[in-house]
Ligand binder design. Sequence first.
Ligand SMILES: NC(=O)c1ccc[n+]([C@@H]2O[C@H](COP(=O)([O-])OP(=O)(O)OC[C@H]3O[C@@H](n4cnc5c(N)ncnc54)[C@H](OP(=O)(O)O)[C@@H]3O)[C@@H](O)[C@H]2O)c1
Length: 449
Amino acid sequence: MQPTTIILFGGTGDLTKRKLLPAFATLLREEKLARGSLLIGIGRRPLTHEAYRHSLVTDLSSPDQALLKDLQIFYFQDDVGQTSGLQTLPAFLQEHESQSSNRIYYLATSYTLFPNIVQALHRTHLDKHTGGWTRLVFEKPFGHDLASSDALDKAIHAVFSEDNIFRIDHYLAKETVQNLQVVKFTNPVIDTLFHRALVSHITLTVDESLGVGNRLGYYAEAGVLKDMIQNHLLQMTALLLMEQPKTLTNGALHTAKVEVLTHLHVAPAEQHLLGQYQSYKEECIQAKIAYTNTATFAKLVLTCSLPRWKDIPIILRTGKKLPKKYGQLIVHFKPLSASPYPEQRLAENQLIIDVYPEQDIRLRMNTRKPGTNILAPVNLLFSPKAHFGPNTSDEYATLLGDVLRGEKMLFTRSDEVQAAWKIVEQIEALKNKIPFVIYPDGTDPEQKS
Ligand SMILES: NC(=O)c1ccc[n+]([C@@H]2O[C@H](COP(=O)([O-])OP(=O)(O)OC[C@H]3O[C@@H](n4cnc5c(N)ncnc54)[C@H](OP(=O)(O)O)[C@@H]3O)[C@@H](O)[C@H]2O)c1
């Protein structure tokens, strides 16, 4: 296996330590990343190579620490916000990199630095690597609106081709999200159920119990619409609603998702709800960050004008400091027009797909309680944990493994990102008219409104 040089912008950041290092350990364990590969972390703070290595591995489990001994880890101090950025990186690479290495430039920094980094790679000829392939990975968010995301694409495409660009949305690597297309496209019965004739509405929920934490600086600008809706929620919507592509290849899958995203419509303002958890203001004061009415909660109603879904409400809900952390997609089916048991309350049929903490799939239906004439709702349950054992896959290891293989299915294409920004911009245009609640921490804003 050819070694890979991973040049990690944001090498001293939270994401690197918490997510990327354990993922590299997994890839080494699974022999998907060659031993002896090079990891060069880039940041502004002064650090020796030794101090950097120590800071990266110190919180990892001992098996992961042992695995990472197979990576050559170096630190490269640079301010990539400056026009002189990366000037000495080619010489550094020449000293440490083997002649025939692939290269990953992983941009785990703010998107505001993406154009500078790409231009610096071009200026220093690091875009013309001949020892192996070169791939670029961009963390989310990809811009802060349609115009900035478009400008980013132009700046990046001026140097690198879309083939080599991997935009991360780590929800796409979640087990349930990957399972969606299998469940939909290999079970004709499910495909038949997914139709406006049978479906009353669809809900996609990603509730979090924690607050913004140490990401306040970023979150104050982004809020829930840019942090969660633009990417994770709209990507899951696209996967849930899309028609089967002719082939399950990169291009066709992305095109099918774009088809959904470009047919989504935002309902009138009064149907949505935005909110902010009560202690958010105090958190801003403590952190000396200007307090604004940044939304930490959103319930949004969309419709899709594709024939299969026309006029069916699609309800997205996500937020912070809510009563419980869970992710769930539910297809709600229409009730019977006339019940043969008019004296009893029938439960709504639902197909429930858990995103986390479980990855179960349940079909809710009515049945008869044995020995009585009482009707009771039950769930037909598929539990992957019970059937296949615990899911030990790691989302970032899956994504990085795909970057190494050049497989782009779990990454977003530029037209998908842009279509999602267009939807967010439509919601933002309504913002002043959307009801807004301040909700006590740990409570449900929909109960308050
Ligand atoms: N953390 C997460 O859980 C998470 C989840 C999803 C997506 N993300 C995305 O991942 C990216 C990184 O997030 P993070 O949480 O790791 O941020 P972070 O902890 O604030 O780290 C930012 C990194 O960028 C480096 N940096 C900033 N300005 C620089 C400059 N001018 N030149 C060189 N390096 C610079 C910092 O290094 P120095 O401080 O040493 O300069 C640090 O390594 C963001 O795009 C974020 O949205 C993060």
